[in-house]
Design a binder for this molecule. Structure first.
Ligand code: PMP
Length: 323
């Protein structure tokens, strides 16, 4: 779908995936005026197809676009685009209980000019690809690398937007994590380099020995994850106390060592919920509890996956039927 100032959104169509010819002076290539989303289409037991909370992705997509000075895609257009693509690609939604069709909506500045100003033309596209389980051979705890050299987002910056630039800024830290045998990087806040913010592509939760749960608050520097919000809701409705509050890396280490911290997990569209095992930085490492998946983590995971895949009732109206 195309957009131009004064004209609005036009030219919606589904076509065979192919390279997009681009002028070398296209704005996005120089100033990274681009935002995206990620969500999955699931096959239901009766052969249908559903999406999980696509309205929440639509809202975040609009908020991200506005932060990047772009005209937001209306919710209806966003949902229509996803549904049109799924209808064409219905055979590509895997039938197995682990797989899904990953959908990647994105929007970028397509105007051709070299000045630093918001573009007046955009392209909104959705591409799709079948994906298997994030975990091969059952849910395994991930090791994480705490970056002491790089932060992800500054106060007043673009941390709460899902824009390509945030990920570009995170790549050296992610590479460092992999070099140190870790799957994901943990970012600390940019002001004091003290508080845990989020992982490279996931939000983070801590479960204490009194059964309470803590997750970093939405201060504008972390991505408001849709899985995060769903987990908070499920935990509270399950009778658990969830506090959105600052939690420092030092406290994390101290609580893990003292045994007060029972579990830590990360969550996002890709892995849904994944336990955190070893936490490593350039000075050493510690293990969360016994390094295995905890009970609260797995029970929240089972509930969420069950709702997403239509095995459990959906009292929240989160599941959106497409076919
Ligand atoms: N934080 C970051 C930086 C991410 O890239 C993601 C993945 N979109 C998340 C958190 C989790 O968000 P969601 O639950 O909406 O996938």
């Amino acid at each position: 779908v195309r957009y131009a100032d004064g004209k609005g959104w036009y030219d919606a169509r589904v076509e065979q995936r192919a390279p997009i010819p681009m002028d070398p002076a296209t704005a996005v290539l120089h100033y990274a005026q681009e935002v995206f989303e990620g969500l999955k289409a699931y096959r239901t037991v009766d052969g249908g197809v559903t999406l999980f909370r696509p309205d929440a992705n639509a809202a975040r997509f609009r908020a991200s676009a506005q932060r990047m000075a772009m005209a937001p895609v209306p919710e209806r257009l966003f949902l229509d685009a996803l549904e049109a693509l799924i209808r064409v690609d219905r055979e590509w939604v895997p039938n197995d209980p682990e797989g899904s069709l990953y959908l990647r909506p994105f929007q970028y500045a397509s105007e051709v000019f070299l000045g630093v100003k918001p573009s007046s033309e955009y392209l909104f596209l959705v591409i799709a690809s079948p994906v298997g389980s994030y975990f091969k051979g059952g849910v395994k705890p991930v090791n994480v690398w705490v970056s002491r050299d790089y932060t992800r987002a500054a106060t007043g910056g673009t941390g709460a937007a899902k824009c390509g630039g945030n990920y570009a800024a995170s790549l050296v830290a992610q590479a460092e994590a992999i070099e140190h045998g870790c799957d994901q990087v943990v970012f600390l806040d940019a002001v004091e380099q003290k508080y845990v913010e989020e992982l490279g592509g996931m939000n983070v939760f801590f479960v204490f020995d009194d059964g309470s749960i803590v997750t970093p608050p939405l201060t504008g520097t972390i991505l408001p994850g849709i899985t995060r919000e769903s987990v908070i809701r499920l935990a509270r409705d399950g009778g658990l106390t969830v506090r959105e509050e600052l939690y420092s890396y030092e406290q994390w280490r101290a609580d893990a060592v003292s045994g007060r911290l029972r579990e830590a997990f990360a969550c996002g569209t890709a892995a849904v919920i994944t336990p955190i095992g070893v936490v490593r930085d350039r000075e050493g490492e510690f293990t969360v509890a016994d390094g295995k998946a905890g009970q609260t983590t797995m029970s929240l995971r089972d509930t969420l996956v069950g709702i997403q895949r239509g095995q459990f009732d959906d009292p929240y109206g989160w599941v959106h039927r497409v076919l």
